[in-house]
Write a protein that binds this ligand. Structure first.
Ligand code: DI6
Ligand code: FE
Length: 404
């Protein structure tokens, strides 16, 4: 296999055991073998024999290189939009009020059910390309706007299909327990039965990489979520949870008991919840886009998460209601300005910790043996990624060893 040598760059490896901060290596070299990294380190330390074996040499002309970015929480595939609700909220209506009146998630469910797979794919592809243009190489997509077997299937098939046609990895998450569909009004427990049926079927069709639920007053109770989690666990699927977004329902502690990969949102997380997450090794996925767009004032307890050593990831939550956002770089900035993360924590949140939130051990840091997914930026240093509000200093993405 041809070895490719990259030089003329500084590399933010983001390796936890690398040099501080950012695992940064000035005047670095990377050796790529097929889809993997064979060697990463200071150019001066590159073994002679390895250098001699490199058939292709590439000068990065002073680029900053980071791992490919990972968005570990999106609802990217949906029909329609909710600009009307944005206007209503600016006029004083609350997100919860709109949801209780049949708008909110339910209105996107109507639009998503009405859309053909081709229409959904075309609309979603536009959003996906915006993520690609900012160096995203792995992106999670949740279902949850179909809420009936044929429509959840359609949505997950569109997600898989986008992953095949574009040069990035799509990971699918089944979020059947996102909202109560109208045909089950007043019968939430019956709908949970239906969620279990859909899960078994869609899993058998190979469409599900993980399982999520929305634990909230306007969604599902901890007891209902526990039923979904038990079924998912029996199928060997990893778990995630929308927890403590609008109130403290004890969702994070529940998810931790099930060994969930991540708990997401967490503005109302309690100390007990944080401690449970630390024990379980669950990642805290913070979603500054939803916090900003819903004009929330209650901040996720970042100091608490730090104190308990809970790893923090950052994601877009791309969805039509609470975060119509297709920029992971903007999320880096907001994680710093709104949540007071350091730029290094924010970058770890879209690389190393985002990989952990998806249960992926082969990416998120640049080190020998990891996937050769990396991005060249026209930047001097990694803090500029979070700093440059609205800029896109992207130059090139290498996905599985190849330029795309
Ligand atoms: N929490 C959210 O912020 C999104 N889903 C969820 O469970 C919002 C979904 C929507 O409003 O369409
Ligand atoms: Fe979400």
């Amino acid at each position: 296999m041809t070895l490719k040598l990259w030089t003329g760059c500084r590399v933010a490896t983001m390796a936890a055991d690398g040099p501080r901060p950012y695992g940064l290596i000035e005047d670095a070299a990377l050796v790529v073998e097929g889809e993997r990294l064979r060697w990463v380190g200071p150019r001066a330390d590159l073994p002679r024999e390895l250098e001699a074996a490199c058939a292709q040499r590439i000068d990065a002309h002073g680029a900053l290189i980071t791992p490919g970015l990972i968005d570990c929480h999106t609802h990217l595939v949906y029909g329609g939009d909710r600009a009307n609700e944005f206007e209503a909220r600016l006029g004083g209506a609350s997100y919860e009020e709109i949801a209780r009146q049949g708008g909110g998630i339910a209105s996107t469910v109507r639009a998503t059910r009405a859309a053909s797979a081709a229409e959904l794919q075309a609309q979603s592809r536009v959003r996906l390309r915006q993520f690609l243009s900012e160096g995203v190489t792995t992106l999670e997509i949740k279902s949850g706007y179909g809420l009936a077997l044929e429509h959840e299937r359609k949505l997950l098939q569109v997600a898989r299909s986008l992953g095949r046609e574009q040069a990035l990895d799509v990971r699918t998450t089944f979020l059947g327990a996102h909202a109560l569909p109208p045909e089950f009004a007043g019968r939430a427990d019956d709908y949970v039965d239906e969620v279990l049926t859909m899960l078994a079927q869609l899993h058998a069709e190979g469409l599900v990489d993980a399982v999520d639920a929305f634990c909230e007053r306007i969604a599902f109770s901890p007891a209902q979520v526990a039923r979904v989690f038990a079924a998912a666990q029996a199928l060997g699927l990893p778990l995630k949870l929308h927890a403590e977004q609008l109130s403290d329902c004890g969702g994070a502690a529940l998810a931790a008991r099930f060994g969930a990969l991540s708990c997401d949102h967490l503005e109302w997380l309690s100390e007990e919840g944080a401690a449970a997450m630390a024990d379980a090794g669950s990642v805290a996925v913070l979603l500054p886009g939803a916090f900003y767009f819903l004009r929330e004032t209650r901040l996720p307890p970042v100091a608490l998460l730090r104190r308990h050593g809970v790893p923090m990831a950052i994601a877009s939550d791309c969805n039509p209601g609470s975060s119509p956002c297709t920029s992971l770089l903007l999320m880096l900035n907001m994680a710093c300005t709104l949540f007071r993360l350091t730029p290094e924590e924010a970058l770890a949140g879209v690389t190393r910790h985002a990989a952990q939130a998806l249960g992926l051990q082969d990416r998120g840091v640049l080190a020998a043996g990891m996937r050769a997914d990396f991005v060249l930026w026209d930047l001097q240093g990694p803090a500029q990624l979070a700093y440059a509000l609205g800029a896109n200093p992207w130059r090139q993405t290498i996905f599985k060893g190849e330029s795309r």
